[in-house]
Design a protein around this ligand. Structure first.
Ligand code: G6P
Length: 354
């Protein structure tokens, strides 16, 4: 087993470190040639409805955000809720985002969509999975096998895949978006590589151990990163963590903010002013703030008490890099606490019951 972990203590850490390679596999050939969708998949489509659970839901939120930024109507629903009152879906493409392709709630949502005549696309990591077999079309994220229960490299590959999918959908539904981040896509694996050292994340993880709670906030395409950062943190450290849009701070979470609640502020390159005011607001209540931001965003980095910086890439792609920092933060915190990182208590890699 030690060999399978590539000399690391945990699969999760190995899978975090693998991301330059897994992302390169996800991207290979697709910037030029697209995702190889079948010609019927986008025919007549005017909107997209993502359904997903857990980490995959956060990737779906990113996908919906990206599509809306290009003027395409898009929603991301938790699969377990989607089936309660399914939305009108005539002319919608329903996209099930599921690493395993076996999550019961996601399969159920896809089946509800199928019953209503919607075209269903599975975005999955597993060839031959139920989602792949039962959907009208499939895109594989090509991340390679993931053993750790807490999803890491598959999230990054989902985000990249959904970016590419959003671009293809947008070019059918609205005007094709400008070259945008596509030009920088091939450099993404190298940019991830530079974040993987993780020594600063390890130091901060130890510095903020044993607090009352950890808050993660973001705005726009930083919201899925904040939510995923909190999910990863709570899954493997068993510490309380919450992730939410920065604008919601004053509608509740602020009541909990003290000097014992470190705040991790995700800035992906846009709306820095709003993140900066959120940082100041929590600092006034005594909370220490760690900014997770491109290193070129000096205003944010300087106003925060500490920072986990990433290379400056196109703001559409910054979520991947900031998320890697939060993966490392959660991993090192859980490691210092001696948690069962690859198999957190009560959790399963794939939830096959509703
Ligand atoms: C479980 C796993 C999560 C995963 C979620 C959805 O809760 O522990 O890591 O995000 O299922 O899984 P899926 O295979 O559908 O992406």
């Amino acid at each position: 087993e030690a060999a399978e972990k590539g000399g690391y203590d945990h699969y999760m850490f190995k899978e975090i470190q693998e991301q330059p390679v897994s992302l390169a596999q996800t991207i290979e050939g697709r910037v030029e040639d697209g995702l190889d969708l079948s010609p019927e998949t986008l025919a007549g489509v005017d909107s997209v409805q993502f359904v997903a659970c857990g980490t995959s839901y956060h990737a779906a939120l990113y996908g919906a955000h990206q599509l809306r930024s290009w003027g395409v109507e898009a929603t991301a629903s938790l699969a377990s809720e989607y089936s309660v009152y399914p939305p009108p879906m005539e002319d919608a493409l329903v996209v099930g985002v599921t690493q395993s392709g076996e999550t019961a709630d996601t399969l159920d949502a896809l089946s509800v969509a199928g019953d209503r005549g919607a075209t269903r696309l599975a975005v999955t990591n597993v060839v031959g999975s139920t989602a792949a077999r039962e959907s009208d079309d499939t895109v594989f994220i090509r991340a390679g096998p993931e053993i750790g229960v807490a999803a890491t490299k598959t999230f990054s590959s989902q985000v990249v895949t959904l970016y590419l999918l959003a671009r293809e959908v947008a070019s059918v539904v609205t005007d094709p978006p400008a070259a945008a981040a596509l030009d920088g896509m091939d450099e993404l694996p190298d940019a991830v590589e530079t974040v993987l050292d993780g020594s600063r994340a390890a130091r901060l993880a130890d510095e903020y151990l044993g607090e009352d709670g950890h808050f993660f906030l973001g705005r726009g395409n930083g919201v899925p990163v904040a939510m995923e950062g909190a999910l990863k943190f709570k899954e493997i450290t068993y510490e309380h963590a919450e992730g939410f849009p920065a604008g919601e701070l004053k509608h509740g979470p602020l009541a909990l903010v003290t000097e014992k609640t470190p705040v991790f502020a995700v800035c992906t390159g846009r709306d820095a002013g709003k993140i900066e005011s959120a940082i100041r607001e929590v600092q006034t209540r005594g909370a220490p703030v760690v900014a997770i931001a491109p290193r070129t965003m000096t205003d944010i980095v300087e106003v925060a008490d500490d920072a986990l910086t990433v290379p400056a890439v196109h703001p559409d792609l910054t979520p991947i890099l900031t998320n890697v920092q939060l993966q490392l933060l959660a991993y090192h915190a859980a490691s210092s606490l001696g948690r069962s990182i690859d198999k957190p208590r009560n959790l399963a890699k794939s939830v096959t019951v509703e």
